[in-house]
Ligand binder design. Structure first.
Ligand SMILES: [Ca+2]
Length: 328
C-alpha cells in the first residue's frame, strides 16, 4: 500500500449481496455457514490485548468446529480471530478509524500522494458487510473523502492464515487494499525495514478488472526499501467487482498469497530481509502485524490519475476477515 514515495519516511440488494457473498458462493470450499449467534458473540467481545478467542463461554475447541480452517490450508490451523461484520456498527474494540490526510504523521497524502480525506462517516457496517465508501466530497482542502480502518495494538499476529472476502470498485483512480503493517516498529525500524505485507490491492488505472496486486515492502528505511510484487489474475476469469476470498499464509519460511483458495504467488524468505537483522532469515516478517482495510483515491500506485468527471461514489465491501494459526 505504501509505495516508493517521497514523503514516507436495502432488501433486494441485501439478498443479492447474500447470494453472492463468499460463504454461499464458496460453500463447498469453506464448508461453513457461520452461526449468527456464535459470530455475533465473538464480534461483540472487547479485546484489550492480543486476542485469541473470547472467554465468553465459547470455547476455542467449539469455535474451531464452527469455523473450521478452509479445506485448502493446513488442517492444523484453528480460528483465532474473526469479524463477520454482523450488527449495525463497527466494533471499535477491534478497529481504529483513521482520519485526515496523513499529515498528522508527517505523511501528506498518506505517503502516497493520495487525494482523499479519511473520515468515520465513510465507514459503515450493514447487511453483514463492512462498507468503505469513497465519495466526491470537499473536506479540509481535499476533493474526495473515504475510509481507512486498522487494528493496531488491538488485533495483531505473527504467522497464520489471514483471509478476507471482498468486493472491489472498478472506477478509475480507486485504490482499495487489504494489508498488514508491523504493530511495533521499534523492533526493525521505520518503513520499510519493519516490513509491509499487501495481501491484496487493486489499481484503478494500471490493472484490468481481472487482476489484483500482491506485494511486500522490506529492506531498509526509505529510500533504501525494497518491493517484491506480482499482478495476480483472479481464478476462473473472475472479476474484482465480485466477492472473492483473498488470503495470505504466512510462516517463518514463506508468504503465500491465495485467491479463492488457490495459491497465486509465493515469496520465500531468501527474498526478503531487514537491514536491522541481516542474520535473521525471517525478518522482518517474524513479528506481530496488524490488519488494515482502506479505499484510497488517486496516488502514486494508480499513476496519479483522477476519478472520472462522472464519479460520485464507490464502495469496497468486506464480508469477513478471519485469522487462523497453527494449534499450539
Ligand atoms: Ca459478513
Amino acid at each position: 500500500m505504501f509505495k516508493n514515495n517521497k514523503n514516507k519516511l436495502l432488501l433486494v440488494s441485501a439478498i443479492l449481496l447474500i447470494l453472492t457473498s463468499c460463504n454461499i458462493y464458496f460453500e463447498n470450499s469453506t464448508s461453513n455457514l457461520t452461526s449468527p449467534t456464535i459470530s455475533e458473540s465473538i464480534s461483540s467481545v472487547s479485546f484489550t490485548s492480543k486476542p485469541s478467542l473470547p472467554s465468553n463461554g465459547v470455547s476455542e475447541e467449539n469455535s474451531a468446529i464452527t469455523n473450521p480452517p478452509p479445506t485448502y490450508i493446513n488442517q492444523n490451523y484453528v480460528l483465532k480471530f474473526e469479524d463477520e461484520f454482523t450488527g449495525d456498527s463497527l466494533n471499535k474494540d477491534v478497529w481504529n478509524i483513521e482520519y485526515g490526510t496523513g499529515s498528522q504523521y508527517g505523511l501528506s497524502g498518506w505517503g502516497n500522494d493520495e487525494l482523499e480525506y479519511y473520515q468515520e462517516e465513510n465507514v459503515s457496517v450493514e447487511n453483514g458487510l463492512l462498507k468503505i465508501t469513497a465519495k466526491r466530497e470537499n473536506k479540509n482542502g481535499k476533493n474526495y473523502t473515504s475510509g481507512r480502518i486498522q487494528t493496531k495494538h488491538n488485533v495483531f499476529y505473527t504467522y497464520g492464515y489471514f483471509e478476507a472476502c471482498i468486493l472491489l470498485p472498478t472506477q478509475r483512480a480507486m485504490w482499495p487494499a487489504f494489508w498488514l503493517l508491523p504493530d511495533n516498529e521499534d523492533i526493525y525500524g521505520g518503513w520499510a525495514s519493519s516490513g509491509e505485507i499487501d495481501i491484496m490491492e487493486a489499481n484503478g488505472k494500471g490493472m484490468d478488472k481481472y487482476t489484483i496486486g500482491n506485494a511486500i515492502h522490506y529492506g531498509g528505511n526509505w529510500p533504501n526499501n525494497q518491493c517484491t510484487s506480482k499482478s495476480s489474475k483472479i481464478p476462473e476469469q473472475g472479476t474484482i467487482d465480485q466477492f472473492h476470498m483473498y488470503g495470505l499464509e504466512w510462516t517463518s519460511e514463506y508468504l503465500a498469497y491465495y485467491i479463492d483458495g488457490e495459491v497465486v504467488y509465493k515469496i520465500t524468505n531468501d527474498i526478503y530481509y531487514s537491514d536491522k537483522a541481516k542474520d535473521n532469515p525471517s525478518a522482518p516478517f517474524d513479528v506481530d502485524f496488524y490488519i488494515l482495510f482502506n479505499l484510497a483515491v488517486g496516488g502514486n500506485y494508480v499513476g496519479y490519475v483522477q476519478p472520472e468527471d462522472s464519479f460520485s461514489s464507490a464502495d469496497m465491501l468486506v464480508d469477513y476477515v478471519r485469522v487462523y494459526q497453527l494449534k499450539e
